[in-house]
Design a protein around this ligand. Structure first.
Ligand code: ATP
Length: 377
């Protein structure tokens, strides 16, 4: 069991242009699990990883591994292995030499133990037949396996991966994703993985850490973060297409529930406020969130078009563009001034200009505070 802890870690870069806060007061514990740092470009993922590795100094805060403060230790004294997107292999060496290079500092191992360790790791990554080959002759996927094998051969306490699959094509990336996942769950090694690819994060992570502007937004298992985003940023960042968000007003919906109307047109009822949402009262302005996959669209005949919409008939939209995806298709439509998207089944077809009725179950509505962006629940 290895516990990596970041406590109030901040990284500031000062230069002539001013001060850039790359990582802002980040606290996190990772223990025998694969944690993915996820967020848009510039949110501080790589800086965080480089601070853990010791490749970047920490401005404030502490980093410890199993209670040992490593904040000021040299990278080679941290029992950490890191794999980069560009592999970082020695192209003039063979696969075997590259992998053995990872053991260069392991003075406690005999030559035969090193050889055994390299072969064992090569077998684990399915590259045992490539050991004698020059690295420069390998394909991208093979190089990535060598880079992973070289990092793991040292049996590090903490494994750091910075976009390790970004250079691979889609098919190989998906294969390597599965392999890495299997490996990690077999070895149970404390792993921090950086990606901006949310699919990679959602499929691989035990927990995701969503960052924005260097600040922690939410941390939790992927399904939890997806189902219960703490704010609009997380709701927007996770999910493809992203969650629809539109301004709404809470209205008196009778004795048992409060209604929700589109702020741009009081005649458009978006449904009822979910029972789990407390603390809103009629007149409150909110942001209503709806996942594209929880919307269902039905064609609205000319006789209902323009008629007052009710909860059972849904609210009205006009299709703008449809995107064929093969399996599920995206339908983009307008509600007042808002552009929304629904994911519909492969057999459902709509054309631009077509009027639709949009249905969403109350429990699939998310409400956010328009001022802070925080979820109201
Ligand atoms: P990407 O996905 O594009 O790699 P990232 O989330 O990994 O982005 P970082 O590379 O950690 O982001 O950068 C975080 C912020 O710190 C950015 O605004 C970046 O411009 C800034 N930054 C990073 N390195 C330096 C540096 N050496 N000097 C000044 N600013 C830096």
């Amino acid at each position: 069991m290895v516990e990596l802890t970041l406590t109030d870690v901040t990284k500031r870069y000062d230069d002539t242009q001013g001060t850039e806060v790359a990582v802002d007061d980040l606290s996190l514990t990772v223990e025998d699990e694969l944690v993915v740092l996820l967020g848009p470009s510039g949110c501080g993922k790589t800086t965080t990883l480089r601070m853990i590795a010791g490749l970047e100094t920490v401005t404030d805060g502490r980093i410890s591994i199993d209670g040992r403060d490593v904040t000021d230790l040299h990278p080679s004294d941290r029992s950490i292995a890191m794999v980069f997107q560009d592999y970082g292999l020695y192209t003039t060496m063979s696969v075997r030499e590259n992998m053995a290079y990872g053991l260069k500092h392991s003075t406690s191992l005999s030559a035969s133990e090193r050889r055994d360790r390299v072969e064992e790791m090569a077998t684990m990554f399915g590259i045992e037949d490539l050991l004698a080959r020059d690295v420069s002759d390998l394909s991208g996927g093979q190089k990535q396996r060598v880079a992973l094998g070289r990092a793991m051969v040292r049996e590090p306490d903490v494994f750091l991966l910075d976009e390790p699959l970004a250079s691979l094509d889609a098919k190989l990336r998906s294969e390597m994703r599965t392999e890495l996942q299997q490996l990690q769950s077999r070895l149970d090694i404390t792993t921090v993985y950086v990606t901006h690819d949310q699919k990679e994060a959602m499929t691989m992570a035990d927990r995701v850490v969503v960052l924005d502007g260097g600040r922690l937004q939410q941390v939790g298992p992927p399904e939890e973060v997806y189902a219960s985003p703490t704010n609009r940023f997380v709701a927007d960042f996770l999910g493809n297409p992203p969650m629809n968000q539109l301004p709404a007003v809470v209205v008196d919906g009778g004795p048992s529930a409060q209604g929700l109307r589109y702020a741009g047109d009081a005649a458009v009822s978006l449904g009822t406020v979910p029972a789990s949402t407390r603390g809103v009262t009629p007149g409150d302005e909110v942001i209503a969130g709806m996942r594209p996959e929880s919307l269902s669209l039905t064609a609205s005949g000319p006789e209902t078009a323009g008629a007052a919409e009710t909860e059972t008939t849904g609210f009205p939209g006009t299709v703008t563009v449809t995107e064929y995806q093969g399996n599920d298709n995206f339908v983009h439509f307008a509600v007042g001034d808002e552009a929304l998207t629904a994911v519909v089944g492969p057999d459902v077809e709509f054309s631009p200009g077509e009027r639709v009725s949009v249905h969403v179950a109350p429990e699939d509505l998310y409400l956010f505070d328009p001022a802070t962006g925080d979820a109201l629940s």
